[in-house]
Design a protein around this ligand. Structure first.
Ligand code: PEP
Ligand code: MG
Length: 569
């Protein structure tokens, strides 16, 4: 059976299914005991205190296991435990006769519902944090199962399916046992998605009626990129998905070369200092895309210049001399920031996004540029690139702002992302003016095909394997090459093993992929011959007229082509 949701944390996994149904029970209070209001209040205060201590420990643990900045997710919960807007109505309900669990449920559900109804999707998804906190307190009131998800997972590999997962559930999981997550609710910016991405666990959210359709213990394959899930997959799919997830390849820190000696850089995408460290540990040749907006999203608003400077310097240092490309803020679209981005845009992906947002908020943008300039002055490996450029004037304006702040020779090179159709047409001019280019294939595909990248209802329509996307990628590579402007590609396509030969054949020599994919991609480069296979795949793909023809080309094994570990017959 096939199911479809929204992929929010890329990677593929295939394992047995574990269905998680947390239960809330015993809302009446202490079974059989009639408590007076004072005793009930004391019991509530004690549960709050224990929860506070637990969350305090969780902030430290999250910092150690996932990354300092991710502790902030739980800091918001700790603050709520001290917030009179949550505490006072609960106390009032208890004084009015409700049991402590009833009071916690009523007040927390009210607040969660109010938050969930907010028009800003990022804010709306914070409702999950309120529910997470309530469940923790209920557990200490004896009204929720004391068994956490982590304690239910055994030592065998599983994919966890649930109606909803909380940040606390997610952060406590061991990624080497929990190979994937699927939920009925959630979204790109829910904390569960953010944590799953950070922990390298493939995740698919918003799968309708998931729990009605799945059976505990069945085999399931999930693709955290496309959102596809398949129960009882055929042997081929099992082999493919399981090998993508479980084969451990040796980390090779040297640059990969094709069989015929062409050097290919496999760099990584990162959104935090921890991810940079992880990329280096996996042998990445650098960081091809550091998404600076994630710091803002995690903080739920603008990060101060000091925090930005510190974070960027820590990331640049963690790259240990390898090039690191910081992308300036790319918020807007599906990455709304409370209080900063417009509350409502009819077409947010066509709205105030990326560099447009930055140029409309010059003070905030200057603070980011100053932080990057300070970082660049300390770390010569720093580069900066601008997202969502649609006309040369935007590059001119950013360059002018940088020069106003630092004079004509800033300490970093300035690149441009090519991800909007107008920029493809202007690549010769942009390449002549920018220091380097990087293709954002996720947005490039979305805008070329007029297919919202987050809309599951479009089915297979959104695909990088559309002939128009392939031809656009070729046009960009040719134009950048004739200006000798360094070029890379950093969308999800760059990290797909099956697309590697095609991209090499189209002229790409720097691919930015997720940190955990670095060893596999390097492995495939070593086995690929540019002359014998990659150029041939690209030539045929450029001649293709239909998506199916391109799919067939990249998905079919090629004679003399790649052999993926675990797939050799
Ligand atoms: C892209 O669009 O391909 C890209 C890398 O950027 P993002 O996914 O953050 O928009
Ligand atoms: Mg993009």
């Amino acid at each position: 059976m096939r199911l479809r949701g929204t992929g929010v944390s890329s990677g593929r996994a295939c394992a047995l299914l574990m269905v998680y149904r947390p239960v809330r029970t015993n809302l009446q209070g202490m079974d059989g005991t009639v408590e007076d209001a004072e005793t009930k209040l004391r019991r509530f205060e004690l549960a709050v205190q224990i929860s506070w201590d637990e969350i305090d420990a969780l902030i430290g643990e999250t910092g150690r296991r996932v990354g300092e900045e991710f502790g902030a997710i739980f800091e918001a919960q700790r603050l709520m435990l001290e917030d009179p807007e949550w505490l006072d109505p609960i106390r009032k309900h208890i004084e009015g006769g409700a049991s402590p669990p009833q009071a916690v449920v009523v007040v927390s559900d009210d607040i969660a519902q109010e938050i969930a109804a907010l028009p800003d999707p990022y804010l709306a998804e914070r409702a999950g944090d309120v529910r997470d906190l309530a469940t923790r307190v209920l557990r200490h009131l004896g009204a929720a199962s004391p068994r956490t998800l982590a304690s239910l997972v055994g030592s065998g590999e599983v994919i966890v399916a649930a109606h909803d997962l909380t940040p606390s559930d997610t952060v406590s999981l061991n990624p080497s046992v929990v190979r994937g997550l699927i939920t009925e609710t959630g979204g790109q910016t829910s904390h569960v998605a953010i944590l799953a991405r950070q922990m390298g666990i493939p995740a698919v959210v918003r799968v309708p009626d998931l729990l009605k359709q799945l059976q505990e213990g069945s085999l399931i394959a999930i693709d955290g990129e496309t959102g596809d899930c398949e129960t009882d997959p055929d042997a081929e799919t099992v082999r493919e998905y399981a090998s993508a997830a479980t084969v451990h390849l040796p980390v090779r820190p040297e640059k990969a070369r094709t069989r015929d000696g062409v050097e290919v850089s496999i760099v990584a995408n990162a959104g935090s200092v921890t991810e940079v460290k992880r990329a280096v540990a996996f042998g990445a040749d650098g960081i091809g895309l550091y998404r600076t907006e994630l710091l803002f999203l995690q903080q739920g608003g603008a990060a101060s210049e000091e925090v930005q400077t510190q974070t960027y310097c820590d990331a640049a240092q963690a790259a240990e001399g390898r090039p690191i490309i910081f992308r300036t803020l790319d918020i807007g679209g599906d990455k709304a920031l409370p209080g900063l981005t417009a509350f409502h845009e009819d077409n947010p992906f066509l709205g105030v996004r990326g560099v447009r947002f930055c140029l409309q908020h010059p003070d905030m943008f200057r603070a980011q540029l100053r932080a990057l300039l300070t970082c660049g002055a300390r770390y010569p490996n720093v580069r900066v690139m601008i997202p969502m450029v649609c006309e040369l004037e935007e590059l001119d304006q950013v360059r002018e702002m940088v020069e106003d702040l630092k004079g004509p020779s800033p300490p970093f090179s300035l690149g441009v992302m090519i991800e909007i159709p107008s920029a493809i047409q202007l690549v010769p001019e942009i390449a002549a003016s920018a220091d380097f280019l990087s293709v954002g294939s996720n947005d490039l595909t979305q805008y070329l095909l007029a297919a919202d990248r987050t809309n599951a209802a479009l089915g297979d329509l959104y695909t990088e394997l559309h002939p128009a996307v392939i031809r656009a990628l070729h046009t960009i590579a040719i134009a950048a090459g004739s200006e000798s402007t360094p070029l890379s590609i950093c969308g999800e396509m760059a990290g797909r093993p099956e697309c590697l030969q095609l991209l090499l054949g189209l002229g790409y020599r720097v691919l930015s992929v997720s940190p955990t994919n670095v060893p596999l991609m390097k492995h495939i480069v070593w086995q690929t011959s540019l002359e014998d296979t990659a150029l041939e795949v690209a030539r045929k793909a450029l001649a293709a007229r239909r998506v199916a023809e391109v799919k067939d080309l990249v998905e079919r094994p090629h004679p003399g082509g790649i052999a993926r570990p675990g797939l050799e017959s």
